[in-house]
Design a protein around this ligand. Structure first.
Ligand code: NAD
Length: 409
């Protein structure tokens, strides 16, 4: 099953439970628009390389479209369509006034200099400029893109359209970014996990945690969980994982990785592979890297009590069914990692109105949004007697459907 089929499988499962007609399902599943651009760039060695950039705008029913930009060798139309689709359901679930989009560039940032990244970004945006905008489509960071990349995007778009901070979110604090945005996805993961565990009468401080992926999302989630008293047994990045039965010293590890070191270079802990890490016993397993980490080949070996999907699409449908049968609840991506787009929305509203909220304000608003979304999903899961993922899709499909009907199909 492809990554797009995977997202559509979850969509249709919920849509069937809602008795949505075939044509309505087709209309809601298909993307609104797919944009592919050529990005010719002169590299440092003088060679012209031609990259491909993508933006898939999935559904505009509830507002301008919103979603991250990923720079990775796996980026293509299919991946972007799958992730754009998820963004539609995620923004609807959090009840923020956006539709879904996703995009990126097929490239390998590990082989590129910062200047090459800047050139690729500027050319990408120059070619995409007509299709994005504060009331059209608002990009944000995703895998291998950060606040610096967002700053280049704002600058390139503003050269053509005038000062436009609201065209992109996840910008640096010194360039119209929002307090709390960098940590938002990881913080949101922790807020929603806290609510989820509360239903099992478990407190965060009594949990042991394993996090796959130590980038923006995984490292913030690990840091906030560590500060809440959880024991972080293992973490990993693309180079592999590290493990310690007594718990890892996350603040020190953050210093090391911020200096540019990979986890494979860290001393003093047991080194494990990403595959081993996923199947170690723990309370919470948090995949926070790429999609399909938990699949039919390893789902039967998972020893976690709960899975929290901090990454997008980390659990395949085959694995989801195995986990369901084994009684391992999964907190789905469109709920668990929605903190990022929620604070992106706060950033956008601050940019449009030219004011600033404090970090406490942002975190408090994020906490309320995540709690409300979790409670709504839990209620629907009970009503329909379905897993949390299906319930989350049911809520979102209902909201997008209502907006579509009210606007006139
Ligand atoms: P990032 O680039 O900051 O970090 C990715 C991390 O995953 C890095 O530590 C990298 O080394 C690691 N990684 C890459 N390939 C791996 C592999 N094969 N095995 C193990 N680890 C690997 O990206 P991010 O922004 O933290 O995004 C991580 C996930 O969270 C993605 O699925 C993304 O779509 C999702 N997400 C991100 C945001 C956000 O605000 N950044 C919001 C919602 C969802």
């Amino acid at each position: 099953m492809s990554v797009l089929d995977q997202t559509l499988y979850y969509f249709h499962k919920a849509a069937d439970a809602m008795d949505l007609g075939e044509h309505i399902q087709e209309m809601m599943a298909e993307p609104h628009r797919i944009i592919v651009v050529q990005i010719p760039v002169e590299m440092e060695n003088g060679v012209i390389e031609v990259f491909k950039g993508y933006r898939v705008q999935h559904n505009p029913a509830r507002g301008p479209m919103k979603g991250g930009l990923r720079y990775h060798p796996t980026v293509d139309v299919e991946h972007c369509t799958s992730l754009a689709n998820l963004m539609t359901w995620k923004t609807a679930l959090l009840d923020i006034p956006y539709g879904g989009a996703k995009g990126g560039v097929n490239c390998d940032p590990t082989q590129m200099t910062e200047r090459e990244m800047e050139r690729v970004t500027r050319k990408f945006i120059a070619n995409l400029e007509e299709c994005i905008g504060p009331y059209k489509d608002i990009p944000a960071p995703d895998v291998n893109t950060n606040s610096q990349v967002m700053a280049w995007i704002m600058n390139e778009y503003s050269k053509i359209n005038g000062f436009s901070p609201a065209v992109v979110t996840g910008k640096p604090l010194d360039l119209h970014g929002s307090e709390g945005r960098e940590a938002a996805t990881g913080r949101g993961v922790v807020f929603v996990t806290e609510n989820f565990l509360h239903d099992y009468e478990i407190s965060l401080k009594d949990t042991s945690v394993i996090v796959q992926g130590f980038g923006n999302v995984g490292s913030w989630a690990a840091k906030i969980l560590f500060e809440a008293g959880a024991k972080i047994l293992a973490i990993s990045d693309v180079s592999g994982g590290i493990y310690c039965e007594e718990g890892l010293d996350i603040p020190t590890l953050l210093n090391t990785t911020h200096e540019g070191h990979l986890l494979s270079e860290v001393h003093g802990y047991d080194h494990i592979s990403n595959e081993e890490l996923l199947t170690l016993p723990c309370d919470l397993l948090i995949p926070a890297a790429l999609g399909r980490a938990i699949n039919k080949d390893n789902a039967a070996d998972i020893q976690a009590r709960f899975i929290v999907e901090a990454a997008n699409s980390p659990v395949t449908p085959e694995a989801d069914e195995i986990l369901d049968k084994r009684g391992i609840p999964v907190l789905p991506d469109i709920l668990a990692n929605a903190g990022g787009v929620t604070v992106s929305y706060f950033e956008w509203t601050q940019n449009i109105q030219q004011f600033r909220w404090s970090e406490d304000d942002i975190n408090m608003r994020l906490k309320l949004k995540m709690r409300k979304a979790y409670q709504t999903v839990r209620k629907v899961a009970k009503k329909y007697n379905v897993p949390l993922r299906t319930a989350a899709f049911i809520v979102s499909i209902g909201r997008v459907g209502k907006a579509t009907v009210l606007s006139g199909i």
